[in-house]
Design a protein around this ligand. Structure first.
Ligand code: NAD
Ligand code: SER
Length: 315
């Protein structure tokens, strides 16, 4: 029986992925951890421990004591927040990964998931249909940490056989937990403001196209990759994932179809430069070919669910 450790269970992805993993592997077999308190449904459905992933001794204790076989390492400082505190963010993003890699090697952890990001690409990367293999010169501290991470995970696989798997997530959109300080977060905030105030001031310009993905598709892709037979994985850095590409203007039009008096204004801030350096769309043919990446949600379908669920949540 697999025993799973989720690090960063209180964040945008962890708060949903942990529950999905519990459905699959059994509540008691998925240990949720974070440096901050977990959402109520995680606390009520299974084990939770406070863990700072930089505390390697406590991490080792949990891995050994609980006989953990799989780790999902989701703790990180995202792009917008990392630009405000570059060195501490580098420290958290890199040292946490190195702690996981070293302990996975020593304790022979069966499988590890660590997400990369579209932030590994930079202003010299082809912006449209960005290929799996291409120029990668990220110019944000977050992107540099993700690219360095990709190189390290491939190294640990080749040199020590650590079975670590990764997706280059696009911007993730969800309604359960607030987004964690990224550049793509406008596409979450806009739904809350559309319902609360019928207006939104966007921190990116109207034509800033970025690849995005609705959370249920992201969770399915993550679990499908982790369940795939190792022999099917042709690469051990991180898989491109395309999702759906749209601009703030396109998303606003979609919301306006459902909330006719919704208005949007644009006041780009420091995150515009980050968005400008990232791809507008992604080529994910390698992930589709290797392990059958699929999506269910397009922009209209995602907009319907986001508006419905956030209305329910806000009462
Ligand atoms: P998030 O910021 O919402 O959640 C991260 C969680 O990690 C938080 O709950 C935080 O408390 C926890 N954490 C931070 N420092 C910690 C520490 N020292 N020890 C233990 N826990 C700590 O982030 P997210 O959106 O859920 O992202 C999860 C992962 O996915 C990250 O690696 C991120 O880079 C990656 N990713 C996210 C997106 C996205 O759009 N959300 C896109 C691409 C990649
Ligand atoms: N959504 C993330 C961010 O904007 C991309 O990794 O930081």
């Amino acid at each position: 029986m697999d025993k799973i450790l989720v690090i960063g269970c209180s964040g945008q992805i962890g708060s949903e992925l942990t529950l999905e993993l519990r459905k699959l592997y059994g509540n008691a077999n998925v240990i949720a951890t974070d440096i901050r308190p977990a959402p109520q449904d995680i606390l009520e459905s299974g084990p939770f421990e406070v863990l700072d992933v930089l505390d390697i001794s406590k991490l080792q204790l949990i891995l050994e004591h609980e006989k953990v076989t799989q780790v999902y390492h989701l703790a990180a400082i995202l792009s917008g927040n990392a630009e405000k505190r570059p060195l501490p963010s580098w420290e958290i993003n890199m040292r946490s990964l190195m702690n996981i890699l070293e302990l996975s090697k020593e304790l022979k952890i069966k499988k590890v998931f660590w997400p990369s990001s579209i932030a590994v690409f930079g202003p010299t990367t082809p912006r449209f249909d960005t290929p799996q293999y291409t120029v990668m010169e990220p110019n944000t501290v977050y992107g540099i940490s993700k690219l360095a991470g990709e190189r390290w995970i491939e190294y640990y696989f080749n040199k020590y056989g650590v079975d670590i798997r990764s997706l280059r997530y696009p911007g993730l959109i969800s309604y359960k937990t607030e987004a964690g300080g990224g550049t793509t977060d406008y596409a979450v905030e806009i739904f809350y403001e559309a319902i609360r105030q019928k207006r939104y001031e966007c921190f990116l310009s109207p034509e800033s196209a970025l690849p995005m993905m609705f959370m249920p598709d992201a969770i399915k892709a993550t679990i499908d990759l982790m369940e795939a037979d190792a022999s099917r994985l042709s690469l051990r850095s991180s898989y491109n994932v395309a999702g759906i590409s749209f601009t703030p203007r396109m998303l606003a039009v979609e919301i306006k179809k459902r909330i006719p008096d919704f208005t949007i204004t644009y006041k780009p801030d420091f995150r515009q430069a980050i968005a400008n350096s990232w791809p507008a769309s992604i080529d994910d043919t390698v992930a589709k070919k290797d392990w059958g990446l699929q999506y269910e949600y397009d922009l209209p379908k995602m907009t319907d669910v986001m508006l419905r669920e956030i209305r329910n949540k806000l009462g």
